[in-house]
Design a binder for this molecule. Structure first.
Ligand SMILES: [Zn+2]
Length: 453
């Protein structure tokens, strides 16, 4: 994108680029990225990330930042760049976002999902919160740094990944497996689904994502002899599978609080002025409810979940089939994957074979860490005294892939949000949108963080 392409939507009309700030540019860059359709259907049929990655390359190249363009398959593009810090002896920080978005069905939306319209001081469109907003913040800041000669405090590795929405086999997973050297010396990573504000007991609180549950998509299969549907059958693979699914689906996994969730709930209890009792499941549920809509992300972080999501058996009305199959979406807490898998096998019973379709690790990064102190300090410079609490995401991000290189991942896209915006409902939702003021707030916080972390 040339300066001319940015110009029509730029408020600062000066032709002298040195006066353009990241706050000006972030809006234009976010809109430009949203206008590029990079829908990921998970089966390789989408448009891919090529045009989005090419825009990222141009925006970096314009300010003299050399980046590596990687296509893991035709059109499945990621971009990696390293920006030297003031102190090259310190470990590097990875700052990453993904370039793909989940599909949007235009008929359901009140605006065209790829038009990046501005209405009510917000940018509307697929990707505005997940996560072209962060991509734009990162780009706007590093472009400003390059123009004004500012260096981050330590080396920063920028990564704009393909395929996050399908777990990253064409993006972060592949690049970690095949180009691990690009992340040499990195110890921490900052990316999505954290850093946003929520209201708790009338107070603005920021949630910082420090942990992610693991995921396992599992096939459950029963096999037996096929037979005539008219017979008094004693064996039926559908009944066996239905029994197993009922046991699994109705099983209430025990509540267990990891360090992240314990600290979150302690913080919420403090804000509500109640004494936290981690052994009281009812109080735990109440504390989660106090987080309002954010409980969508937090509610499943106190226990393992195993939800049946598909069911498939039979091929004719009068034939008892020889095979029945169901799919489970299982999300395990960090530290209990093996134990819970064993329990799952017991619930399924001996007749059921369990096959793994796709699995990925749980991660939990420390709260007592200098980079967390830096994130909180940067937030407090722009929202003094606001409480910051950790939370565990029940879904996953590319931080899982980076964790295989020993990199501790955090979710920190700082957004100061209006209290009445149901933000967590916008992820993968209809009418996804981000307030422009929140984007610009995020730029100010991240800009400070990169200079002092
Ligand atoms: Zn995302």
């Amino acid at each position: 994108m040339s300066n001319d392409e940015l110009a029509p939507v730029r408020q600062n009309t000066s032709s002298d680029m040195s006066t353009v700030t990241a706050e000006d540019e972030v809006v234009d860059i976010c809109r430009a990225l949203v206008r590029i359709d990079s829908q990921n259907y998970g089966d390789g049929s989408g448009p891919g990330e090529r045009e989005a990655a090419e825009l990222v390359m141009r925006l970096l190249d314009e300010v003299g930042i050399t980046a590596e363009y990687i296509e893991t398959a035709p059109r499945r593009a990621s971009v990696i760049a390293r920006i030297p810090g003031k102190d090259p002896s310190r470990p590097a920080l990875v700052l990453h976002g993904h370039l793909d978005v989940v599909p949007a069905i235009a008929d359901e939306w009140s605006v065209p999902p790829f038009a990046a319209e501005v209405r009510d001081d917000m940018i509307w469109g697929r990707g505005t919160v997940d996560m072209k907003d962060m991509d734009a913040m990162i780009l706007a800041i590093v472009r400003e740094f390059a123009r004004t000669g500012v260096q981050p405090s330590r080396d920063v590795i920028l990564a704009f990944f393909a395929d996050e929405e399908a777990g990253g086999p064409m993006g972060a997973q592949f690049i970690v497996d095949n180009h691990a050297d690009l992340f040499d010396g990195a110890t921490e990573a900052i990316s999505e689904v954290g850093g946003f504000s929520v209201a708790v007991a009338g107070q603005r609180v920021y949630l910082l994502q420090t942990a992610e549950k693991s995921l396992a998509w599992l096939n459950l299969v029963t096999r037996g002899a096929a037979g005539h549907g008219s017979q008094d059958a004693t064996e039926n693979v559908i009944v066996d599978l239905a029994d197993a699914l009922t046991r699994i689906g109705r099983h209430r996994w025990p509540q267990r609080l990891t360090p992240t969730v314990r600290r979150l709930l302690q913080g919420v209890a403090d804000l509500l002025g109640v004494t936290f009792n981690p052994d009281d499941p009812e109080q735990v549920t109440e504390l989660i409810s106090a987080l309002g809509p954010a409980k969508r992300f937090v509610g499943a972080s106190v226990r393992t979940t195993t939800n049946p999501t598909r069911l498939n058996a039979g091929y004719k009305d009068n034939v008892i089939p020889s095979r029945a199959q169901a799919t489970l979406d299982a999300r395990f807490l960090p530290g209990s994957v093996d134990e819970d898998m064993a329990q799952l096998a017991r619930l399924a019973g001996p007749q059921v074979e369990i096959e793994t379709i796709h699995a990925d690790v749980a991660v939990e990064a420390p709260w007592e860490a200098p980079v967390v102190d830096s994130m909180i300090a940067a937030l407090h410079r722009h929202d003094p005294g606001a409480p910051v609490l950790p939370y565990m995401l029940s879904a996953g991000t590319d931080n899982k892939s980076l964790s295989r290189l020993g990199i501790q991942g955090y979710g920190f896209v700082p957004l100061q949000l209006p209290e009445d915006l149901d933000f967590t409902g916008l992820f993968h939702g209809v009418d996804e949108r981000v307030p422009i003021a929140a984007l610009q707030f995020g730029v100010r916080v991240l800009r400070d963080l990169l200079q002092d972390c």
